[in-house]
Design a protein around this ligand. Sequence first.
Ligand code: DER
Length: 225
Amino acid sequence: SLLAESKRIAGYRAADLVEDGTVIGLGTGSTVFFAMERLAERIASGLSIVGVPTSYQAAIRAREYGIPLTTLDEFPQLALAIDGADQVDPGLSLIKGRGAAHLREKCVADAAEEVVIVVDSTKTVDTLSAPVPIEVLPFACGLAFRRLTEMGGVPVLREGVKKDGPVVTDNGNFIIDCNFGAIPDPASLEQQIAAVPGLLECGLFTTFAEKMRVVVGEGRECRIV
Ligand code: DER
């Protein structure tokens, strides 16, 4: 499909930015999947890299592709992180977290000297507006609902699809998807959410623009913004 082609071209382009002998962050989701596919090809041709996975999904897929893995403890400074996004605005602020992996993804993005985001063109928007995924300590879920509502949000606890009850993250927490409508100032919303105890990390990524490149795939073309 055109969408798969767009994701593939973006993922492959990002994988070609990876330098030999480096330690990189491996994001979560279907677009990064294509970057891993290309990294597997490059490893087969002699590329030597190690990856820090941001989720069980990323670790399982990396192993399937023969990408050697390590931990953030071993390498708290990464050359580059490759990750996906759900929305990207012109200021390179992101909404992430569709895959409920954004807490570890934000740690890896912070550790990386450069962040390469891979998206298809449906993800680029003028203003962020998707519901914001927020990882929440189960103990504080009720408080979180109260505080997010007071902030003008509409919080919804993310329910499992092939699991009864709430989604439980790789860190043992819940996810709240909170709809704020259009988000013209994502940086201040990210800070407001971070100030609420029990809200462990939200899917607004607004502090990495200086070290970020976004690879946008569109059919057989891709551009870097
Ligand atoms: O959950 C995440 O943060 C993923 O990176 C998500 O934002 C993008 O996943 P996709 O590449 O499958 O759309």
